[in-house]
Design a binder for this molecule. Structure first.
Ligand SMILES: [Zn+2]
Length: 437
């Protein structure tokens, strides 16, 4: 099976940052076989699907390094409240979240991500076995991590997520080439040392990436300072939790020594700027971490924290926040921002050899944004156009692993209407309870 994309502004995100202003990309059996200027494109189109990009911008599918796709029902709830997590989210989640609701939410969330050009994501939630079913039905590339916390909502025993996670990883390892099962202890302040260490042992045993929320909360910093006189990163180092398979989400409270520790262990950071700033927590010192050698990808965080599951909102906010933070309008070029949203994100997940850029041999994870809408003119620099002008509504075409998932701004194998009906049906009790809070 061959697919040939023609007449695209191809932004490869390879090491040389090659851009072909009028380019093509050929896909064979799900993998990119060649990419280049139209002059070098084959002219025998027999036995292949030809997709004319009509001058649209072709970029690698985005890699969303941190989200919680079971949480669509929470979106827009309790906005502008103090300590929403403990006062609002945890109680509602404990009483109302079910496997069927998480599954319906996951399908809806994946649809939203595909429609905005995200082809890979790293999830952290409960009921990941059901979520994996949903993701496999939607045909998206994902690392799916079962959350470990004292009282999980999908297991009765304290820290029962550990047992759930191990069973889940055993069940899904090697089952679906797009899905990597994984484990994610919630945070240093909400997990015991024992549960953190056990989580890492499970990740090591099955050789899978693992995730945690780290250095995100002011009370997390205060607690660890008071108890052990350390920073969150120092604490994680002391208990032997850090490794290059770890993706640490947020990392707001990071000093120079913390950044050095993260770099020494090869820890990857998911920068969730919208969640960090919307909650008033602060601006993560991304430049400091990158200068020390830490890989930093971008994350939408869950739909309650970041509201939209699209990387355009995230990329633009990263640029605005970092330029302001550094008092430098030349800081973080559009190319650097797009790099974080694609190949650097893939590096965080350990899959940069197979996705994250448009290069021969890689999986065909491809996004095309059209350039005909009113906000898309003029285009002086495709990187700047993608980072500052484009929104999710401009995403025209998306392929995941060589399979067409979005065509003419619509899902190919599902309809938003049906996914929404399924989610609405599953949300009735949840919405009733939420309205009384
Ligand atoms: Zn999170």
């Amino acid at each position: 099976m061959k697919t040939l994309f023609t007449n695209a502004v191809v932004v490869t995100m390879n090491d040389c940052f090659d851009v072909f202003n009028k380019g093509y990309l050929l896909v064979e059996d799900g993998k990119i076989s060649s990419v280049g200027p139209m002059e070098k494109c084959i002219d025998d189109f027999a036995n292949m699907e030809v997709v004319d990009a009509e001058g649209g911008i072709m970029i690698p599918g985005f890699v969303n390094t941190h989200t919680h796709i079971g949480m669509i029902p929470f979106r827009g709830l309790g906005e502008d409240m103090k300590d929403r997590l403990n006062r609002f989210l945890f109680p509602l989640e404990k009483k109302q979240m079910t496997s069927s609701l998480a599954k319906a939410s996951a399908k809806y969330a994946v649809a939203e991500m595909q429609l905005s050009g995200i082809t890979t994501f790293f999830d952290m939630y409960y009921f990941e076995d059901d979520i994996a079913e949903a993701v496999s039905q939607m045909g998206e590339r994902a690392v799916l991590a079962e959350t470990i916390i004292e009282n999980t909502i999908d297991s009765r025993q304290p820290y029962g997520g550990l047992m759930y996670a191990e069973k889940f990883i055993e069940k899904w390892a090697g089952k679906n080439n797009l899905i990597t099962p994984s484990i994610a202890p919630h945070a240093p302040y909400s997990n015991t040392k024992d549960s953190l260490v056990k989580s890492k042992i499970i990740a090591e045993k099955y050789n899978v990436p693992y995730m945690i929320h780290l250095a995100e909360m002011d009370y997390e910093v205060a607690l660890l300072r008071e108890k052990y006189d350390v920073t969150p990163v120092e604490y994680m180092e002391n208990i032997g939790f850090l490794s290059s398979d770890l993706v640490a989400a947020h990392c707001i409270y990071i000093n120079e020594r913390d950044a050095e520790i993260l770099a020494r262990y090869g820890v990857n950071v998911s920068h969730c700027v919208v969640a960090n700033t919307k909650s008033g927590k602060g601006i993560s010192p991304v430049k400091l971490m990158q200068e020390k050698g830490v890989s930093v990808g971008l994350g939408t965080d869950g739909p309650i924290s970041g509201n939209t599951l699209d990387m355009f909102t995230v990329m633009k906010t990263v640029a605005l926040a970092q330029k302001t933070f550094l008092h430098d309008r030349s800081a973080y070029t559009s190319r650097e921002i797009l790099k974080m949203a694609t190949i650097d994100g893939a590096r965080c997940l350990g899959i940069h050899e197979s996705t994250g850029s448009l290069e021969p041999g890689k999986n065909a994870d491809v996004t095309i944004v059209e350039t005909q809408s009113i906000n898309m003119y003029p285009m002086h620099d495709p990187y700047a156009t993608v980072v500052y002008q484009t929104n999710a509504g401009n995403v025209q075409t998306v392929y995941v692993d060589g399979i067409k998932r979005v065509h003419n701004k619509n899902l190919c194998s599902h309809t938003v209407k049906k996914l929404r009906h399924e989610l609405e049906d599953a949300s009735i009790k949840f919405n009733e309870a939420a309205s009384k809070m």
